[in-house]
Write a protein of this length. Structure first.
Length: 114
C-alpha cells in the first residue's frame, strides 16, 4: 500500500489550501484515515481523522477552520484548510489503516507566511 500526498505550498495568513492523499496498492478496504502534522522542534500531532463511515474528529486548534473528507471510491482523503495561521506551518502527513496496519504518506510542506 502506498500513500501519495499533494497540495501543500506557501500561502499567506488567512488563505486556504486543500491537501489530498491517494492510497494505491492491494487494498480491499480502508479503515480510518487522517492527517498528522509536525512543526520544527515539535512532536507530530493528529490534526484530523475520519472513520470509514465518515465520522470526523479534529484537534481543538483547527476546529471550525479545517475539514477532513474522504472519497472511498478513489481511496482518497482530503483536508480543506481555511483561515490558515502561521502556527499551521508544518509538514503534513496522511495516514490510512489497511488490514490492521497503518500506512503513511511522504509528507507535504505547508508554510503560512506573509
Amino acid at each position: 500500500v502506498q500513500l501519495q500526498a499533494s497540495g501543500g505550498g506557501l500561502v499567506q495568513p488567512g488563505g486556504s489550501l486543500r491537501l489530498s492523499c491517494a492510497a494505491s496498492g492491494s487494498i480491499f478496504s480502508i479503515d480510518a484515515m487522517g492527517w498528522y502534522r509536525q512543526a520544527p522542534g515539535k512532536q507530530r500531532e493528529l490534526v484530523a481523522g475520519i472513520s470509514s463511515g465518515g465520522s470526523a474528529n479534529y484537534v481543538d486548534s483547527v476546529k471550525g477552520r479545517f475539514t477532513i473528507s474522504r472519497d472511498n471510491a478513489k481511496n482518497t482523503v482530503y483536508l480543506q484548510m481555511n483561515s490558515l495561521k502561521p502556527e499551521d506551518t508544518a509538514v503534513y502527513y496522511c495516514i490510512a489503516g489497511v488490514g490492521g496496519d497503518d500506512y503513511w504518506g511522504q509528507g507535504t510542506q505547508v508554510t503560512v507566511s506573509s
